[in-house]
Write a protein that binds this ligand. Structure first.
Ligand SMILES: [Zn+2]
Length: 407
């Protein structure tokens, strides 16, 4: 939509035309840069076909983006009978972004280039009582300072933070699993950093990252499951340039009546069966030992996965985890009819491969046939720092919306 004069006063025709032309150019620039970023590398011809803009407009806007250093030529492809077509991509060195994952057990901070290549990460564990917002914010500030050490802070054009729970009014966090209600987390970070700050739910940012760069790419409607200590899901629906993403508290849907106690106060929640600490606790109960929880629970989960190769209690626990996860996914399939479900997050990276057959089997038994047969269940592709990378998509999304202009 082209915006008119805001104040409602009548502007001279020449001024209206100038303003409209400027808005249109800004819109075209944002649309083409988004296309290029999300689908790239692409040729000018592909951009023309996808955008519906004229070849002249595409050539002009692309020249501008190249002159500004946002876009660069990235090799070429043969075309049928004609000259090879030059490919275009966003220039990784245009600037850097910081992505921060605040989970229930750790703070992870990553520095990424503009194409979301990882330049460095640091991780600080959170232990039980250290969930005080000021202390968590202190670790976030420390982590940011560590990843930027020795680098030029001016090249960082944004910081994204993913948190559990809901974010309202630009930075107020409601996160029951952290015991936070109405915490102004942005205010605790913002005065200490130079770059603009963005906050959002971590399942949503992970969903955005898997859709942009990972296993959700190209899906019409992808459900990206965040499997960690907490369990959540993002539903990403394909759009022309920016896909729409919503989140849900999927981890707290009940999969077993009068089942295991959950951190939310209810019983039988999915998270109480498939969350990292839940799996570790079930295993510990079976073998009669103390559960390893907190930030070390990832290491213990990897141990259980290795142990399960020899059968025994570890294999039984993972089989049960796969069954409950499959039940949870079957409900999502019956409810939302996605074409792809992606198992992501730290626990997804650690145990995904081991439980995938059991998950698929349970999905087949519990989802409606005609819906399940058009849904594939796959593993995430972004690795262990997926959630921090997800947070880094927040400032990138802002850059795309601004057509590559910072600020
Ligand atoms: Zn719950």
């Amino acid at each position: 939509m082209v915006a008119g004069p805001r104040s409602g006063r009548i502007l001279p025709v020449t001024q209206v035309v100038r303003q409209t032309t400027r808005d249109l150019r800004r819109h075209n620039r944002a649309a083409l840069l988004s296309s290029l970023y999300l689908r790239g590398p692409v040729s000018r011809l592909e951009l023309v076909a996808e955008s519906g803009l004229s070849a002249a407009t595409v050539t002009n806007v692309v020249s501008e983006l190249i002159a500004d250093g946002v876009v660069a030529e990235a090799g070429s492809v043969e075309s049928d009978g004609g000259r090879p077509r030059t490919l275009l991509a966003v220039r990784p060195g245009f600037g850097h972004v910081v992505g921060v994952d605040v989970s229930e057990t750790h703070v992870e901070v990553g520095l990424f280039d503009c194409a979301l290549g990882t330049l460095g990460t640091v991780r600080h564990p959170l232990v039980g009582t250290r969930l005080d917002p000021e202390e968590v914010a202190g670790l976030v500030r420390t982590g940011i300072a560590e990843v930027l050490e020795g680098g030029d802070p001016d090249v960082v054009f944004g910081v994204g933070i993913g948190v559990p729970g809901a974010v309202r009014d630009g930075g107020i966090v409601h996160a029951p699993t952290l015991g936070w209600r109405g915490v102004d987390f942005a205010e605790l970070i913002h005065p200490h950093i130079q770059a603009p700050l963005h906050l959002d739910n971590r399942a949503r940012t992970l969903g955005q990252a898997e859709t942009w760069r990972g296993a959700g790419r190209g899906a019409e409607r992808a459900i990206v499951a965040l499997l960690g200590v907490g369990v959540g899901a993002a539903v990403a629906t394909a759009g022309r340039s920016h896909p729409g993403i919503t989140t849900s508290e999927w981890g707290h849907t009940v999969v077993k009546a009068a089942g295991a106690a959950c951190r939310c106060g209810s019983h039988g929640c999915l998270e109480a069966y498939v969350g990292t600490e839940a799996v570790v606790r079930h295993y510990a109960a079976r073998v009669g030992k103390e559960p390893v929880i907190g930030d070390e629970s990832d290491v213990e989960l990897a141990h259980i996965v290795a142990e399960a190769q020899g059968g025994g209690p570890a294999a039984d626990v993972l089989a049960e985890t796969g069954e409950y996860l499959g039940i949870g996914i079957a409900s999502l399939i019956n409810l939302l009819s996605p074409d792809r479900v992606v198992l992501s997050g730290s626990a997804g990276a650690i145990m995904g491969q081991a439980i995938l057959p059991a998950v698929r089997d349970a999905v087949e038994r519990h989802a409606l046939d005609y819906l399940a047969e058009r849904t594939e269940v796959v593993l995430g592709r972004l690795g262990p720092e997926a959630v921090a990378l997800g947070a880094a998509t927040l400032p990138i999304a802002q850059l795309l919306a601004n057509g590559g202009r910072i600020g």
